[in-house]
Design a binder for this molecule. Structure first.
Ligand SMILES: Nc1ncnc2c1ncn2[C@@H]1O[C@H](COP(=O)(O)OS(=O)(=O)O)[C@@H](OP(=O)(O)O)[C@H]1O
Length: 309
């Protein structure tokens, strides 16, 4: 299956979760490709950033392949949200375009963050009694990673649904998908550190070769000789949102230059960014705690400043 983001197991539409998608179809797809290409060693797979936020994917993926290696690349959560907003705003055929087209980033934060916070407040009473304060009350979830089917309680499950879909399918993608601790916890609860590599976009931007070499070592892949020109290229950037479109870093304009409602130099934008950072802060503190405990690699220093308690 040479398709990017086949969405075979992850619920692209949360109303139609596919963690229990027909395995026979998967086996047939594999067999067809093996016959077509006359390759018995051909492996079939699915990759997507959306696996990270998918509640039941760690369980399904573990059952498909208990030795699977998971790679997660994290970006500053507010920057990720901004990027997603601009992406949806600039692409008329993208799933959240209608939701954001008449908004600036500041007005969207105003409306959506309030709705997300209300959703979390409705989930909070279902937290296990005696547990830590839920995110809705500004607390951090327990430091010990919990996952779906691995220690997660009903309230945490409902909170995760808020982050994923608080206002319609895929709407959670703009703000909710930046709540990394909740999603990372789900994978950490199901996979040992030897099967889970956490990387940061900051280091990919600064030291791409080093990141790729770390990835090769983790996967046990043979070292590849990368062209320098390719290493400095950025794909799927705000200048052209497409997997096959690469730009040199120097060609990518700042968000504020794009006329996408993100970054006019006024107080409203700065307030929205500050509000979002405050929202992510307890979640980021939990990531910092995991980094301090050596469960995940050290986080980029800029994150510690932006999300200082
Ligand atoms: N190498 C490297 N270094 C730094 N930043 C990079 C790199 N590659 C991609 N990007 C930025 O990632 C943003 C797109 O993310 P994704 O490709 O994960 O988006 S998607 O959700 O899968 O559609 C998009 O961010 P924005 O340009 O801010 O929107 C890309 O510019």
């Amino acid at each position: 299956m040479r398709v990017e983001e086949a969405f075979f197991f992850n619920p692209q539409d949360p109303g139609n979760t596919r963690c229990d998608h027909d395995l026979e179809v998967l086996h047939q797809l594999t067999a067809i490709q093996r016959i077509k290409l006359n390759r018995q060693d051909l492996l079939i797979g699915d990759w997507s950033a959306t696996h990270f936020s998918c509640t039941c994917c760690p369980v399904s993926l573990k059952m498909i392949n208990p030795d699977i290696k998971i790679v997660v690349m994290l970006r500053d959560p507010t920057q990720r949200a901004l990027s997603r907003f601009v992406e949806q705003k600039r692409q008329a055929n993208f799933p959240q375009h209608q939701a954001v087209r008449n908004h600036t980033f500041a007005s969207y934060v105003d409306v959506e963050l309030g709705s997300l916070e209300a959703c979390l407040a409705r989930a909070a009473p279902f937290r296990r009694p005696g547990g830590d304060k839920p995110a809705a009350e500004g607390g951090a979830a327990p430091a010990q990673p919990v996952g779906w089917g691995a220690g997660m309680d009903l309230g945490q499950w409902q909170e995760m649904q808020c982050f994923n879909r608080h206002s319609g399918w895929r709407a959670g993608a703009i703000f909710g998908w930046s709540v990394y601790d909740v999603y990372l916890s789900n994978y950490m609860a199901h996979f040992p550190p030897s099967q889970l590599l956490v990387l940061y976009t900051d280091e990919l931007a600064e030291r791409p070769l080093e990141v790729l070499q770390r990835l090769e070592t983790f996967l046990g892949a043979p070292p590849h000789k990368y062209e320098a020109e390719l290493l400095s290229r950025v794909y799927n950037s705000r200048e052209c949102y497409h997997w096959r479109c690469g730009r040199q870093r120097s060609e990518i304009r700042p968000l504020s230059a794009l006329d996408a409602g993100a970054g006019p130099d006024d107080g409203l934008f700065a307030n929205a960014v500050a509000r979002l950072r405050a929202f992510y802060l307890p979640h980021m503190q939990r990531l910092f705690q995991w980094a301090d405990e050596g469960r995940i690699p050290l986080v980029p220093p800029a994150w510690r400043t932006a999300y200082a308690a």
